[in-house]
Design a protein around this ligand. Sequence first.
Ligand SMILES: Cc1cc2nc3c(=O)[nH]c(=O)nc-3n(C[C@H](O)[C@H](O)[C@H](O)COP(=O)(O)OP(=O)(O)OC[C@H]3O[C@@H](n4cnc5c(N)ncnc54)[C@H](O)[C@@H]3O)c2cc1C
Length: 367
Amino acid sequence: MPRQAIQLPHRAIQKPARPRLHDILAEAARAAQFAGLDLDLLIHLQWSQSIKDSTSPIHGVRLEFVRSFFLFLSRLKVLRRWLETSSPARRLSTRFVAGETLEDAIAVCRRLNAEGIAVTLDHLGESVTSLAEAAEARDVYLRTQAAIQENGIQGNVSLKLTQFGLDLSEAECRANVAQLVRHAAEAGSFVRVDMESSEYTDRTLLLVRDLHREFGCVGIVIQAYLYRSKADIEELCTRKIRVRLCKGAYLEPAGAAFPKKADVDRNFVELARILLERGEYPALATHDESMIEAAKLFANKLQLPREAFEFQMLYGIRRDLQRKLVAEGYRLRLYVPFGKAWYPYYMRRLAERPANVFFILRNVFRQ
Ligand SMILES: Cc1cc2nc3c(=O)[nH]c(=O)nc-3n(C[C@H](O)[C@H](O)[C@H](O)COP(=O)(O)OP(=O)(O)OC[C@H]3O[C@@H](n4cnc5c(N)ncnc54)[C@H](O)[C@@H]3O)c2cc1C
């Protein structure tokens, strides 16, 4: 039964109706249809070990389609509202999320620092719908920066411009981010601006360039799946703006991004080389061992000291590889997300490795 209004003795509080399972399944089926998938086949694929890291077609369906399906799900509001308010689902989110509160996140950061791993903290949230929400996000980030300093954490923050109001007012968004960058400049810290889908690339570059000119301590993210990224990286190198290179996590049209993973991988290696050669303290963000090995080889060839660049990974992914890099003396920073708005971030992680669904289902059945 949908709950609509709860009568309290003095006033009625209108609670948003929680979506019903039927609505969610209907929306998921529509999404599957959109992505050209048959749900039964998709479920079968999740349980198949053979899809773990393969890019070859299975039963005529390529992993690219499965990825598109999860990225499509990541934008479904009804599914998001249902999962983010469900306590069993919240428990599952702990695989990739450090907790709901700043205190949870700081505790995780202390542990990681003790293992020789630096951090970048991300307060989950994107695409706010009011400037008041954007200001709230800014304030959480200001508190996060203060907590990093007070606790002596070796780390900084990463943020998304749509969480700071980019869709609503470019001027307000810029003012919000400028407050954080100014604060970082005073504290000798740094702010990383994440890259979202390609409709935001130009505006993100423009804002970061301006803030970098004013304060210095701000960097950007470039996605190897975009055709334009080589030109962007060349330009950022000449401006000495720090770049985090990643493969890219959004659903992009074939006109903007390489549709094939092999092309994205090839471009990642090429861009990583440019950054290692002439970038400003580059960050190579990947869990892909072949990308990491290629970067190590090239850095050796250039005789770069270990302090000249860093690897970055996401909290909760490839802990074995994280430990190995630290043991080899490489610099490693983990992206540590925290907060309640975990759904879109979580779905992007499933899109990267659909076999994660298998582990999640196994945990559900264990509980
Ligand atoms: C620090 C950091 C910051 C990022 N910031 C951004 C950003 O601002 N904008 C953006 O678009 N993207 C961002 N990303 C995400 C990135 O674009 C990729 O989607 C993600 O890193 C997966 O790509 P990969 O390089 O690890 O390679 P893949 O080829 O996707 O994966 C290589 C191997 O890594 C492991 N792996 C990868 N992902 C997972 C997972 N989710 N679960 C379990 N194992 C996995 C698997 O073993 C897989 O075979 C960021 C990634 C990192 C690490």
